[in-house]
Design a protein around this ligand. Sequence first.
Ligand code: GCO
Length: 264
Amino acid sequence: MSTNLFDVKGKVALVTGSTHGLGMAMARGLGLAGATIIVNGNSSQAKIDAAIADYQKEGIKAVGYKFNVVDEEQVKEAVAKIEAEVGPIDILINNAGIIKRTPLLEMEVADFREVIDIDLVSPFIVSKHVVKNMVQRKQGKVINICSMMSELGRNSVGAYAAAKGGLKMLTQNMATEWAKHNIQVNGIGPGYFATSQTEPIRVEGHPFNDFIINRTPAAKWGDPNDLAGAAIFLSSKASDFVNGHVVYVDGGILATIGKPSNEN
Ligand code: GCO
């Protein structure tokens, strides 16, 4: 029996939205630590195949399943297929998400609903169908990918903040209901990371880029690989008595009120 508290070797980890970005970075971290990665995407099989090839180039065992996380029938079918073809899902990372940057007064209700559906309702849907099997096995790990917007508001991301704020509370409620089954539910709250999702607000000279560098005590955008440690911690024995907690990986943003732009 491994005495390594952070051992995830041989575990099966389903990471939704893991064909790119933060999902891929967390899945890669778990894969390099020995977990088998279930790669999920909904855009195209080609994208999933390309991601699988990237994982396999690094010696990571990865299997791809295309399904839409907001469609309960697809989720139910996919979970059954994964558990039959690969094995029981030990770790679920609810990462799939979108953002729409529109001021609330200009936002269409349909757009608001789409963000809530994907960023808040889908973690409920996927968890419901994965956790019912974890309960039978009396063990499991669920990690919901929250955000700075689980704690703070920002102009133009109201729907996203409502979803991510709700996801923090859903994490606490899942922990409340499932801890007795030896299932630990926690969150990871990324700060501002260099991904395709933040590309539009990160370009050189964009006012938001300068703002984030100033607002982040570490004075830089995060590298997605900085999230692997938190993912491994919350997926391993090391977190067996950690429940309902959001681990913020944010370079210190939430620790500070910020500073004037002319101060070092
Ligand atoms: C934005 C950013 C954020 C980050 C992340 C911060 O527009 O403010 O895209 O949403 O992606 O969620 O934690």
